[in-house]
Ligand binder design. Sequence first.
Ligand SMILES: NC(=O)C1=CN([C@@H]2O[C@H](COP(=O)(O)OP(=O)(O)OC[C@H]3O[C@@H](n4cnc5c(N)ncnc54)[C@H](OP(=O)(O)O)[C@@H]3O)[C@@H](O)[C@H]2O)C=CC1
Ligand SMILES: Nc1nc2c(c(=O)[nH]1)N=C([C@H](O)[C@@H](O)CO)CN2
Length: 236
Amino acid sequence: MSTSAAPILITGAGQRVGLHCAQRLLEDGHRVIFTYRTERPGVQTLRDLGAIGLFADFSSEAGILAFISELKNHTDSLRAIVHNASEWLAETPGSEAEAFTRMINLHMLAPYLINLHCADLLQRSTPADIIHISDDVTRKGSSKHIGYCASKAGLDSLTLSFAARFAPAIKVNGIAPALLLFNPDDDAAYRIKALAKSALGIEPGSEVIYQSLRYLLDNPYVTGTTLTVNGGRHVK
Ligand SMILES: NC(=O)C1=CN([C@@H]2O[C@H](COP(=O)(O)OP(=O)(O)OC[C@H]3O[C@@H](n4cnc5c(N)ncnc54)[C@H](OP(=O)(O)O)[C@@H]3O)[C@@H](O)[C@H]2O)C=CC1
Ligand SMILES: Nc1nc2c(c(=O)[nH]1)N=C([C@H](O)[C@@H](O)CO)CN2
């Protein structure tokens, strides 16, 4: 029995992967609550499609707890939580600790506190899912994004722990992409180098994450798993 009336929460859905997945979930008939930090055209697009947009800045404990409180003013149940919000920060001389703390809060503390404080909302839905969007780079580390990679590795650990903690009522899984979408300021040399790192050599776009989300939401026998969506980087 599915209580599909419960909305899906997706964080950081104002642009790119989160926006695409939120739009696809709405097309599939789900109600959607999404978070944004910056007012972008995508935020209004989702509002126009009937989604509820909530401001959230997950860079601090206070911001995370303020969001949780506001979320509970908008729903008493959730079908799923998709932790997508993220910052890809490299080490910047003089602000290493600030960036590291921001990413630990965003990629680890926010999923940790939201999962703990919102488990009761998920338990009112059958089935119920938590999905952490991680990064394939945790397989081997990153010399240029040390803090980012560490924070995503911590997220992978949360997937295992919460899967054990919340079974069987709530499935908890991850998705670990490699290159999905270039950023506008990525130059040609970077793009060529990045594409050459995978066996399939493509910039796949956001749909491959939606396909992975759909698989996890629909499969009743998968928990504690992180799906690798990396174009075969590990076999190159
Ligand atoms: N793009 C890629 O090639 C890859 C992406 N991934 C992962 O996939 C997911 C989606 O990637 P992508 O779409 O590129 O992500 P983005 O870099 O576009 O970030 C998604 C959103 O996160 C939000 N965000 C950033 N910092 C905060 C914060 N402190 N509090 C709240 N929200 C915040 C931003 O909100 P706003 O715009 O409203 O400020 C942004 O729109 C991410 O988890 C990413 O790490 C992994 C590997 C490759
Ligand atoms: N929050 C984000 N995380 C990541 C991004 C991004 O744009 N935003 N981009 C990447 C790169 O595409 C990387 O996978 C290329 O090797 C990683 N994480």
